[in-house]
Design a protein around this ligand. Structure first.
Ligand SMILES: Cc1ncc(COP(=O)(O)O)c(C=O)c1O
Length: 378
């Protein structure tokens, strides 16, 4: 028997409760039965983002599809936008925006660094014609967190949309876009929504709704057309039926736990992991780390990943110039502190072997101490 545990930042471990409904016979989407489920998931989603607004749509696409939808529905060729590029996914914002002829002002940061809010403020002050700030809440390629609340505050006062790729932040952070000045919020199913890949979601504010363009060509990713249909419980095209049914379960699970507690759980898993990594004399890569994924910098990343996989722990590697230099441990999905403790235990074994010294108990102890500090056990 070989049991593989997914500690990858998508796809993630899926709860049994979700797996169970995914295994049920498929139902047709043009039925009262599906319509009821669909509308119910919309109610759950509103609770997830603490808003009563109907301004959101699901797409049968991966997260990138919803990123593209944000660009083509809320902006026009020639619109000036700021792209926060501090990694692979920030770079992707720039590519999508350029593809559609937007005038991109790039704020580029070295991988591992977060946005400098003062610098962003300066750029916005100097360019009152900027129509949007496109950024990640959690830049998965580097494990970096960008302060989305500060970005939201800056955009609130301006005629500028805060466009958050929350693909590895939705279902991790207790995001309240309406209150926090986020105008477009994008999520993907295979991350903290604890589902297989293939479903994305795009939420937008009233301020963004006023910017919905009608004259720019688009077909599948037409937000106005979809919202109209989805509010009534149907979709313009075939929805990802099984994923929507799975979403009913995963959203219920997140809401039963409560988003405040969900964020707390991720914070604890990530903080304890970072404590363990540092105790093991490895380097946490991000200056200001996200709580969804921890990126660890080491020249021996690939050997470590290989060893971990032998023990049943699948992690992700580095991308682009950090290939072979990073391994990334996800905190998203159906995971808790005990799951992480076993992964850290495995890491100790691999490092002990690689470095030919006894590191057993070093990381797990730091991890356990952190959990003991935070959790009231008795
Ligand atoms: C922050 C972020 N943005 C965008 C994407 C792209 O999403 P997808 O692969 O679902 O298209 C990812 C995927 O890892 C991501 O982590």
């Amino acid at each position: 028997m070989r049991k593989e545990r997914l500690f990858t930042p998508g796809p993630v471990q899926i709860p049994e409760r979700v797996l169970k409904v995914l295994g049920e016979p498929i139902i047709h989407h043009r039925t009262p039965e599906f319509k009821e489920i669909f509308l119910y998931t919309r109610e759950l989603f509103k609770r997830l983002v603490d808003s009563v607004s109907e301004n959101f749509v699901y797409f049968a696409s991966s997260g990138t599809g919803a990123m593209e939808a944000a660009v083509i529905n809320f902006f026009k060729p020639g619109d000036k936008v700021v792209v926060i590029n501090a990694g692979k996914f920030g770079e992707r914002w720039g590519q999508i925006a350029s593809t559609y002829g937007l005038n991109v002002v790039e704020l580029k940061y070295e991988w591992g660094k977060s946005v400098d809010i003062e610098e962003l403020k300066e750029v916005l002050d100097k360019n009152p014609d900027i129509k949007g700030v496109l950024f990640q809440i959690s830049e998965t390629s580097t494990g970096v967190y960008h302060d989305y609340k500060a970005i939201g505050e800056l955009c609130k006062e301006r005629d500028c949309l805060a466009v958050a790729d929350a693909i590895t932040a939705l279902g991790v952070y207790n995001i309240k876009p309406e209150e926090e000045g986020i105008d477009i919020l994008i999520g993907g199913s295979q991350k903290a929504l604890m589902l297989p890949p293939g479903l994305s979601v795009l939420w937008f504010s009233e301020k963004a709704a006023k910017r919905l363009n009608k004259d720019i060509p688009k077909y599948y990713f037409d937000v106005a057309k979809e919202v109209k249909k989805q509010k009534e419980g149907s979709t313009a095209y075939t929805p990802a039926v099984s994923l929507i049914i799975g979403l009913r379960e995963s959203l219920e699970m997140l809401l039963e736990e409560g988003m405040e507690n969900v964020e707390k759980r991720h914070r604890l898993m990530s903080e304890a992991t970072r404590a363990a990594v540092e105790a093991l004399e490895l380097k946490v890569f991000a200056e200001n780390p996200a709580i969804s994924v921890t990126a660890v910098y080491t020249e021996r990343a690939e050997e470590i990943r290989k060893g971990l996989l032998k023990l049943g722990v699948r992690t992700a590697g580095g991308q682009d110039h950090l290939k072979g230099k990073l391994f990334r441990i996800s905190h998203m999905g159906y995971l808790d502190t005990l799951d992480h403790l076993s992964a850290i235990g495995a890491l100790e074994m691999v490092l002990s072997k690689l470095e030919n010294r006894d590191l057993l108990g070093v990381g797990t102890k730091a991890f356990q101490q952190k959990v003991l500090e935070e959790e009231k056990l008795l």
